[in-house]
Design a protein around this ligand. Sequence first.
Ligand SMILES: [Mg+2]
Length: 205
Amino acid sequence: MTRPLIISDCDGVLLDFADPFTAYLASEHGLTLSLTSFALAGNIRDANGEAIAPERFPALLDGFFTTHMPTQTPVAGAAAALATLARDCDVVILTNIADHHAAVRTGELARVGMPYRVYGNNGPKGGPIKALLDEFQPSAAVFIDDLPPHHSSAKKHVPHVHRLHMVAEAPLRHLIPSAIDADARIDHWPDALAHIQAVLKGNAA
Ligand SMILES: [Mg+2]
């Protein structure tokens, strides 16, 4: 008898990203990140107020994950909600991060009470979700992510997977567009837990 599968994003869903990344840019690079639009790269400025070249962004992000991942703090309620779900479900983390960072992330998540398998990914998540369904053969599946394009990709590749749009970081809520291809939008884990449990019981509102 197979179990349901919970597939959760990490940054912005399980761990805070915006504030720790902003602090890293300031302390390590003298750069300022102003969260005034959804495009992270275009909002990073140097001491003269000049936007950095977009080509610099991947290295800055890689540097953050290399040295500052431990500064990412858990989202309120995430660990408790996943622990509750893990009693009856398999729980995996699907995060857009290089494989060597995924290994570190596995340890970091476990350290803050989320000891689940971490799958590193690059790009849209619909295909990787399909691969997870092939591997786990779950009775049902729920996908949680803060970025709308991943919900569109999931809808395209695995339309039967329930898609929950969660923007757990308050500073990003007014910047990230609504995910038109998600089934629900819930930003807080206690509410999300009740919703997911209802979905898995087949009686979601
Ligand atoms: Mg995310």
